[in-house]
Design a protein around this ligand. Structure first.
Ligand code: MTE
Length: 880
């Protein structure tokens, strides 16, 4: 085939070795002692050899408490999913600077769970099976694989289907975590062509697929997937079984001791820690084959995908071949370029790849948002391997006959500096030999995979310098032009890049962008250890942690609107997720007053690694709720009360269990956003009786998204939850408790009341309903109740029948007033909002009356002002 020889080959240069010297013995060694055998014989073609590599020797502290405590790793890798499982990419520049081949310590890792532990002495006897629709099922050891088959060595780029997903997540959160543009790496893989093994097992005529299964046991079974049998048998597809990477035995994260390598396809098909090859008539039915690595149609929302299995089971949406993609690596993110002096040119550089073995045939650069393009130079280091025929790391390099391109290539373009200074951005796009060109527009999909729109780096001129910015930074790392645009309310939709297509002006100046609320004392530099924090896991002096900062909640115990218990339940814990999910900006702005220091590094690690208290007790508990531990209740039934209101029934742990919620108190509900997996936490009061056993009912008004807004996150997520799935609950919380017969506790202080004024709106009726019901059910309870229930439409009134049934025989102590702002013509009740005047007209104000208020924030605020103006004291008002 024709090979491309570019003079601009500046990237791989540093990896081009002098002429390789000696050959390896025909049988490769079983341990890592061939590391230094970057040796070859046969001809004098210079191929790119691995960069210098140093295998990490010690396990990082952060991994010590995880199931991967046996895996030494490189600290430079950026963790994308917290501490564990290990999903990482290298910093983009570090990856690119290594050149054509990546050292194993910087090679990206995608692990769905814990890394199987395989000791060196176990490697020779590692077994895998070939089974299913074969006439000769076999079990093969790694020693047999090495001795009884021809060994080959071949450079291959693996790419995770999630590469560049952070860009999708910036536009709309997908179900996947945020890869930057370094979710790919290249290595020389040594092993055996997979078809040779399968041929010996003799597939039957019905055989169509090769399913692969790893040794990593995950929540939904062992990791597994499949590819077509005829691809495996096609020499041009290059599918292999590999045990060496860059001449070393595979490291634990990359499948030690054996993995499949499926070139040209997404990394997800290259099963690590390989245990089984199962030949089948149908594609794999492994959970990870079905629910991962798919591009569902763009209109399938996270909720739709959760509710409707059919999207996942449609093989048309499974991803195999990679799509065409490219990235700019130089200029780097935040690189600054001096406009003065020489040289006049700036050399832009980056990578490109395509799928299915297709060659990248052009890479184009635009400095004017795609109106004009210029051709970049392309260097295919892989081609050098086609020109040679030699032994390398115990395997034969023999690619001269094969035209497929399985590796990334590098592009470069020299651009005059003054042209960069006059441009707003640099775009790159690549095209492959089938004329598959990267699109301008993003194809958003639920899993956020295969993201490949034009890659854009922005340019801003600052005096004599220009500064470049990449679209994003991986994981939760801040930075990138997409984040800026988003904060400024700019348009990230296709074709806009946050700006008007024709216009040049930036959307909103940086200084006008939304300011984050600071929750710390600016000058406080106190470091707090984990022992100090744990000493304050007390009711009297509760300390808690939000985003690594420590707060002392003691002074706020009495005032906290959720009651002292809300703070006590967080004592000694990292409550970042909960705090951020439920607190308003006003609450956050109060936090510096309670800030007492920052957790030290060891304490942060310890807190990250400490899991939530597991339920270890064998004895079934009488009550479900616990203040510090989230319990799981399964959605058992859903009754549609009106177009937007539901009663959800949740099943508790066992049929005799009670919820354990005192009258007047609430519980916290936690659900994961179906799209982002972020925690959504809200407090609710159930409808069901306090002493009901086995089940609990919750009345919920669903705030649907519409032209007016995004709707309620929690209520929509609850509504989207399929029957049989769980929500999490903990509690009780709340300042107020009704003990019966006029006796209450307010912040644990007893108080006697003769009457209640109960003001509510919408689903704010639920806590009021609990107290009202308790009073109406007890013939000895003479406490008077006047309910003011404000709603918009007649159909918005909740629990109307239940309230009426309870008050029917209790007229001497119950008054219920409904008022509507959009009442129908035949409505004979009150009209308008609940006002201070309405309360004054219907209730007498005295010291033994307590006002309970629960409704939308605006209503609570206006009632607060009106009641104070009418002479009520704050200690007579109780806001839920
Ligand atoms: N094989 C097993 N057994 N378990 C896994 O979690 N992850 C897959 C694939 N093979 C995975 C696996 C995915 S999604 C990718 S992208 C590649 O491994 C990553 O390979 P690497 O970690 O060696 O880079």
């Amino acid at each position: 085939m024709q090979t491309t020889k570019h003079t601009h080959s500046d990237q791989p240069e540093k990896n081009v070795s002098p002429q390789p010297k000696d050959a390896l013995p025909p049988t490769p060694p079983l341990t890592d002692d061939s590391v230094s055998d970057a040796s070859a014989d046969g001809d004098d073609v210079e191929v790119a050899l691995p960069p210098p590599s140093k295998e990490p020797e010690s396990v990082l502290d952060i991994d010590l408490k995880t199931p991967d405590a046996h895996v030494p790793r490189d600290p430079r890798l950026i963790r994308l999913t917290g501490v564990h499982p290990f999903n990482v990419e290298a910093p983009l520049t570090a990856l690119f600077d290594e050149g054509f081949l990546t050292s194993p310590e910087l090679f990206y890792v995608r692990n769905h769970g814990a890394v199987p532990q395989v000791r060196d002495e176990e490697i020779p006897n590692w077994e895998f099976s070939v089974e299913g629709l074969v006439e000769n099922p076999m079990t093969i050891t790694l020693t047999q694989l090495m001795n009884e088959y021809e060994q080959i060595t071949c450079p291959i780029t693996l790419v995770c289907a999630g590469n560049r997903r952070k860009e999708q997540n910036m536009v709309r959160k997908s179900k996947g975590f945020s890869w930057g543009a370094a979710g790919l790496s290249t290595a020389l893989f040594t092993g055996v062509v997979m078809s040779e093994v399968i041929r010996r097992a003799r597939p039957t005529r019905k055989a169509k697929y090769v399913c692969m299964e790893g040794a990593d046991k995950l929540p939904n079974g062992y990791y597994g997937t499949s590819v077509k049998l005829n691809w495996v048998m096609d020499p041009n597809k290059g599918i292999m079984l590999s045990y060496k990477m860059n001449g070393e035995m595979l490291r634990p994260d990359h499948g030690k001791p054996l993995r499949a390598v499926i070139p040209g396809q997404i990394g997800g098909r290259s099963v690590k820690w390989l245990k089984k090859l199962i030949i089948t008539a149908e594609p794999s039915d492994n959970w990870y084959h079905i629910y991962d690595n798919r591009v569902l149609p763009t209109m399938v929302s996270p909720e739709e995908s959760a509710n409707n299995e059919k999207w996942w089971k449609d093989e048309r949406y499974a991803i195999y071949d990679l799509s065409t993609n490219s990235t700019i690596c130089y200029p780097q993110h935040e690189e600054q370029l001096c406009l003065k002096g020489t040289p006049d040119m700036y050399r832009a550089k980056g990578y490109a790849y395509s799928g299915g073995g297709r060659r990248i045939t052009r890479v184009e650069i635009s400095l004017d948002k795609g109106k004009n393009w210029r051709l970049a130079n392309i260097d295919y280091a892989e081609d050098k391997y086609r020109e040679t025929e030699k032994q390398l790391f115990g395997g034969r390099v023999d690619m001269s006959w094969r035209e497929s391109c399985f590796c990334w290539c590098f592009w470069t373009l020299d651009i005059p500096k003054h042209e960069l200074a006059g441009a707003k951005d640099i775009f790159v796009r690549a095209m492959d030999e089938s004329m598959n060109v990267q699109p301008r527009d993003m194809y958003w999909s639920v899993l956020g995979m295969m993201n490949n729109p034009w890659f854009r780096v922005t340019i801003s001129v600052e005096g004599d310098y220009i500064r470049f910015e990449h679209p994003t930074q991986p994981a939760l790392q801040p930075g990138g032009w997409m984040e800026k645009v988003k904060k400024a309310g700019g348009n990230l939709a296709n074709g806009f890049w946050g700006e008007k297509l024709e216009g040049d002006e930036a959307v909103v100046p940086e200084e006008e962008q939304a300011k984050e609320i600071s929750m710390v004392k600016p000058d406080l530099k106190k470091s707090i250890t984990i022992d100090e924090l744990r000493k304050h896991d007390t009711e009297e002096h509760p300390w808690f942690v939000v985003n690594g900062e420590v707060y002392d909640g003691t002074a706020f115990l009495k005032e906290h609107p959720g009651g002292a218990q809300s703070i006590i339940s967080a004592a000694g814990l990292d409550s970042s997720e909960e705090f951020m999910a439920i607190h308003s900006e006003t609450a956050k702005a109060m936090m510096p007053d309670y800030h007492i220091g920052s957790l030290d590094e060891a304490a942060r690690t310890a807190l990250t690694n400490s899991e939530e208290e597991p339920d270890t007790s064998d004895v079934p508990r009488d009550t479900f709720l616990r203040p510090k531990v989230w319990g799981k209740a399964t959605l058992h039934g859903k009754k549609i009360v009106s177009w937007d209101t539901r009663i959800f029934t949740y099943k508790l742990d066992h049929p005799r269990q009670r919820l354990g919620l005192p009258v007047g108190q609430h519980l916290m509900v936690r659900l994961r956003d179906p799209a982002t997996r972020e925690a959504i936490i809200r407090s609710y009061t159930p409808m069901s009786e306090i002493n009901d056993e086995g089940f609990m009912d919750m009345l919920v008004k669903v705030y649907f998204a519409g032209p007016g807004g995004k709707g309620g996150k929690m209520s929509q997520a609850m509504d989207a939850l399929p029957i049989g799935h769980f929500i999490e609950m903990k509690g009780p919380i709340g300042k107020f408790e009704y003990l019966g017969r006029g006796e209450c506790l307010i912040s644990a202080t007893p108080r006697h009341v003769k009457s209640f004024v109960m003001i509510c709106g919408g689903s704010g009726i639920t806590p009021i309903y609990q107290v009202f019901r308790a009073i109406m059910r007890d013939p000895e309870d003479t406490t008077k109740c006047t309910i003011f229930d404000g709603n918009r439409l007649f159909e918005d009134i909740l629990c109307k029948d239940e309230l009426e049934a309870l008050s029917k025989d209790n007229e001497q102590k119950a008054t219920i007033l409904h008022t509507l702002t959009k009442a129908p013509d035949d409505w004979t009740g009150l009209r308008g909002r609940v006002t201070g005047k309405l309360v004054e007209e219907n209730c007498v104000q005295d010291k033994e009356t307590l006002v309970l208020i629960c409704g939308p924030e605006a209503m609570e605020k206006s009632m607060h002002q009106a009641l104070l103006a009418a002479g009520w004291d704050d200690d007579q008002l109780m806001f839920f």
